[in-house]
Design a binder for this molecule. Structure first.
Ligand code: NIG
Ligand code: FE
Length: 419
C-alpha cells in the first residue's frame, strides 16, 4: 500500500462537480466530465486533473509517484457521509422487529426504549470496545468510497459519557487519519437524559453551562434533535445560539417526525445544515434555500422507518442545496450503505444521478463546512477519490444496494481495493 500520498491515477474518466461551496438548485446537476484523464496527487493534494494529452508524465518531479491504472473506470470525488451516529453501545434488533409489527419510533422512545436504551448501553461500554466496533463500520465505509465521515456523540447525555464519546471520536480521528477523515459533532441534546426527565429546558441549561464550554476542543459542530416532545424550538434556539457564540458550527435534526419549524430555525440561525426534513414545511424549504442552509436528506432512515421520503425536488426547485448521508445509527437506521442511499434517492426522491453525486460529494462537504478543501476533483483540493469498476457513472443507482467502487484513495493513498 502506498503511504506517501503521491499518486498518479491513469486511464480514468473524471466525473466531478466543481466549486468551493455547495451547488444549489439547477447547478446540482452540472458535472464536469473529462475523458482519457489523469489525476496527479502530490503530498495528499491534487496538483493536476485533466486530459492525459496535456501533461508530460515523464517529468522528473513525478518519478517517485505511485501509478494507479483505473482501467477506464470513473473517478468521482470521495464520498462524504456528513451525518452518522457511528459510536454506540449495544444493538436494538428487538425494536426493529416491534416497528415491523407496527409500533412507532416515537412510542418506543416514549416508553424508555429508543435512544435511551443505547444511552444505557453506551454509558457502560469501555471506550476500547466502542473504538473496535466503530472501526468495523469505518472499514466498510472506506470500501464504499467514503473518504470523510461525520460522527456524533449523543448516546452519553451526561458529562462523563459525552466526554467519553467525543474522546472516542477524536481517537478515531487520529488513529484512522491515514485512511479517512473523521469530523466530530457534539450532540448532547439528542434526548432528555434520565437525570433531567420531564425538564428539557433545565437539561439544555446544563449543556450550555457545563458541557459546551468543556467540549469545544473535541467537537467541530453542535447538533440537536429538534423535535416535538424532545427539544422544541425555544430550547433549540437557546442551545444553538450559545454553541455558535463559542465557535461551534451548528446543525439540527429538524422536522424528522412532525412539522415543527426546525427548518425555519436553521435558516434564522444560518446553520451549516438541517437534516432529515421528512416533514418540512413549504415555508421552511424556501427559507433554508434563501439562507443557504444545506438540506441533508437521509433516505435510508425514511426507508427503515417506513416514512415518506424528504422532498428533495422541492428543495432543488427552490434553489436550495441538497446533501445525502446515511444516518448510520443502531435505532432508526442501521445502515451505512452509500449504494442504497444513491438508489433510494434516485428511485424514490426523483433525484437525477448527477444530483446524487453532487449531494454525496460537494454538498456533503458543504454540510460539514469543508467545501473549500473537499468534495470535488480540482487542483488544490485533497486527493480523495472513489474509482468505480465501470466507465459509466450511470450504473450507480442501477446497482441497487451493491457496491461498484473498486478503489478508494484518501489524500493520495490507496486505502481500499475491492476485488
Ligand atoms: O437521526 N432522530 C434522532 N436521532 C437518530 C436516531 C437515533 C437512534 O434511534 O438511536 C436519527 O434518526
Ligand atoms: Fe441522525
Amino acid at each position: 500500500m502506498n503511504t506517501q500520498g503521491d499518486l498518479i491515477i491513469l486511464n480514468t474518466r473524471v466525473v466531478t462537480p466543481t466549486g468551493t461551496q455547495a451547488a444549489c438548485g439547477d447547478k446540482m446537476k452540472h458535472l464536469t466530465v473529462i475523458d482519457n484523464a489523469v489525476i496527479i496527487i502530490t503530498a495528499g493534494r491534487i496538483v493536476y486533473v485533466g486530459s492525459a494529452e496535456d501533461i508530460d508524465l515523464q517529468q522528473t518531479s513525478l518519478n517517485s509517484h505511485t501509478r494507479l491504472d483505473a482501467h477506464g473506470g470513473v473517478s468521482l470525488p470521495g464520498f462524504i457521509d456528513s451525518h452518522t451516529h457511528l459510536i454506540f453501545g449495544g444493538f436494538r434488533p428487538d425494536e426493529f422487529e416491534w416497528r415491523l409489527k407496527g409500533e412507532s419510533y416515537m412510542s418506543i422512545m416514549e416508553r424508555g426504549g429508543g435512544i435511551q436504551s443505547t444511552v444505557n448501553a453506551t454509558r457502560s461500554e469501555h471506550p476500547e470496545t466502542l473504538i473496535t466496533k466503530s472501526k468495523w463500520f469505518l472499514d466498510r465505509m472506506i470500501e464504499m468510497g467514503v473518504t470523510t465521515v461525520e460522527a456524533k456523540s449523543g448516546y452519553g447525555l451526561d458529562f462523563d459519557s459525552e466526554l467519553k464519546m467525543l474522546q472516542v471520536i477524536n481517537q478515531l480521528r487520529y488513529s484512522e487519519h491515514r485512511k479517512l477523515d473523521v469530523v466530530s459533532t457534539f450532540l448532547g441534546a439528542h434526548a432528555v437524559s434520565e437525570e433531567f426527565k420531564g425538564r428539557p429546558s433545565e437539561y439544555i441549561d446544563h449543556i450550555i453551562e457545563v458541557m459546551l464550554p468543556a467540549f469545544k476542543d473535541l467537537a467541530d459542530n453542535c447538533d440537536i434533535f429538534c423535535e416535538k416532545n424532545v427539544f422544541e424550538i425555544e430550547d433549540s434556539r437557546k442551545l444553538l445560539l450559545a454553541a455558535r457564540k463559542l465557535g461551534y458550527k451548528i446543525k439540527l435534526h429538524a422536522d424528522e417526525i412532525v412539522t415543527l419549524g426546525g427548518a425555519e430555525l436553521a435558516a434564522e440561525l444560518g446553520a451549516l445544515s438541517a437534516d432529515h426534513l421528512l416533514h418540512v414545511s413549504t415555508e421552511g424549504i424556501k427559507q433554508m434555500a434563501e439562507a443557504g442552509v444545506v438540506a441533508t436528506l437521509l433516505p435510508l432512515t425514511a426507508f427503515a422507518l417506513r416514512e415518506p421520503y424528504a422532498p428533495a425536488r422541492s428543495f432543488i426547485e427552490a434553489g436550495g442545496a441538497v446533501a445525502l448521508a446515511t444516518d448510520l445509527n443502531p435505532g432508526s437506521c442501521f445502515s451505512g450503505s452509500i449504494p442504497l442511499t444513491i438508489a433510494l434517492a434516485c428511485i424514490y426522491m426523483n433525484m437525477s444521478i448527477e444530483e446524487t453525486i453532487t449531494a454525496l460529494t460537494l454538498n456533503g462537504a458543504a454540510a460539514i463546512g469543508q467545501a473549500d478543501s473537499k468534495g470535488s476533483l480540482e487542483i488544490g483540493k485533497y486527493g480523495d477519490v472513489a474509482i468505480l469498476a465501470s466507465d459509466n457513472y450511470h450504473i450507480l443507482p442501477y446497482y441497487v444496494g451493491m457496491n461498484c467502487v473498486r478503489t478508494t484513495v484518501h489524500h493520495g493513498r490507496i486505502v481500499a481495493q475491492n476485488p
